[in-house]
Ligand binder design. Structure first.
Ligand SMILES: [Fe+2]
Ligand SMILES: [Fe+2]
Length: 398
């Protein structure tokens, strides 16, 4: 079907493809990436099932940026299709995880209460290691949850602020600190100094404002997950300490990544580490040796504006290292990258490596579905389907 001749059915057609998606399987862990940027909405929403629980990670989606090559109404349709796909799967989930408070990672409870009702929420700590805009958004989310899920009128549970332990660059990214950046080194020192100052300002903010307390809202319980392990029978859900959302001291804040383990098998969800850009995070991902990896890429569509050549090169080099060091891992590499028609060119070293290694198990979600990323289809006028080698049959469900 030619996408350009039947634009109005695009969101519906993609939804059909998503519904037929092969699961990612590792032992008794079964997972489905419900939507991602390669399907035309900003999203990295994942449903994972083990014999002990079903967990829905980052149930949100946003419309693509204005430069994405479709009409605004179609961008909204694709976002709605993503959110509907997520809401339709939410009934299966016992636990909802939210890795940070960007709108593409959680849905508004006043519009999508069914996603949250009766669930156990494991969320990014809204009180510390969070930038100001996410600090406010988290409080809006909890207010909306209280209103929707506790019958309205419930006050946000607040308590006095707590001290936040200082952490230095050598605690936070020792490996990246040792990297040689050549002629960029002096500029990098300035960037890091500015970042340290911003972090000190934020710490004073965290330590001076009231903290939200985890609480039960109606039948929905909320726990702050940063750096914690949660056991559900034979399944462990392990959250990292806060990680920078991209580069060191990124102004956009922090995320938590998630590992889900059962029966000696492991799925790792990176959240928004952007490549990763920081070398320490690539080393950590490799050291985890996950069987399934959901990895986000660098936002190449912001190249030359918010993303510099140095940091784009770092992100691509780190993704290549992960691809080389985890040859047996099934990797879905999506989010940020397929917002940009030039993403293959801008991350060329990665795609050169994947081609030379004949690596089919490292792809965007669209390619996992046997399609091409929508941004490419829309810019070169070809079709959505059957342009990519199918995923290895051993990875398809029986
Ligand atoms: Fe984000
Ligand atoms: Fe995101």
């Amino acid at each position: 079907m030619a996408v350009r001749t039947k634009r109005s059915s695009l969101a519906r057609r993609i939804r059909q493809l998503v519904d037929q998606a092969p699961e990612l399987v590792a032992g008794a862990i079964r997972a489905r990436l419900l939507w991602a940027d390669s399907l035309g909405a900003k999203c990295l929403s994942l449903l994972v099932r083990t014999p002990d629980l079903a967990i829905l990670v980052d149930p949100g989606a946003s419309a693509m940026q204005p430069s994405f090559p479709v009409e605004e109404s179609e961008r909204d349709e694709l976002k709605l299709a993503a959110l509907t796909a997520i809401a339709d799967c939410a009934a299966q989930a016992d636990v909802i995880a939210i890795t940070h408070y960007h709108h593409d990672h959680y849905a508004d409870p006043s519009e999508w209460p069914m996603i949250y009702r009766g669930k156990h929420l494991l969320v990014k700590d809204p009180n510390q290691w969070i930038n100001r805009s996410q600090w406010h958004r988290a409080r809006e989310l909890f207010r909306a949850l209280a209103k929707e899920l506790a019958g309205g009128g419930e006050e946000l549970p607040l308590g006095p602020p707590q001290p936040v332990a200082p952490r230095s660059a050598s605690d936070l990214f020792p490996e990246a600190l040792r990297e040689d950046f050549g002629s960029y080194s002096e500029r990098r020192r300035q960037v890091l100094r500015r970042g340290e100052k911003r972090l000190a300002d934020l710490r004073r903010f965290w330590e001076s404002e009231e903290w939200v307390k985890p609480k039960v809202l109606g039948r929905t319980s909320v726990e702050f997950a940063d750096g914690r392990n949660f056991r559900f029978g034979g399944t462990t859900v392990r959250f990292t300490e806060p990680l920078f959302h991209g580069i060191e001291y990124a102004t956009v804040g922090w995320v938590v990544a998630v590992c889900i383990e059962h029966g000696g098998k492991k799925l790792l969800f990176s959240s928004d580490v952007q490549g990763p850009t920081i070398e320490d995070y690539a080393t950590w991902i490799v050291s985890e040796r996950p069987d399934i990896l959901i990895l986000d890429g660098p936002p190449t569509y912001l190249f030359g504006q918010l993303v510099s050549r140095v940091n784009l090169d770092r992100a691509v080099k780190n993704a290549v290292r992960i691809a080389k060091m985890l040859p047996q891992t099934t990797v879905l590499f999506d989010h940020h990258l397929p917002r940009d028609p030039k993403f293959r060119e801008r991350a060329q070293a990665l795609f050169d490596h994947l081609a030379s290694a004949s690596r089919a198990s490292f792809s965007t979600l669209a390619e996992w579905l046997g399609c091409r990323p929508l941004v490419e289809v829309l810019t070169d006028g070809t079709t959505l389907e059957a342009q990519h080698a199918p995923v290895p049959s051993t990875r398809r469900p029986p």
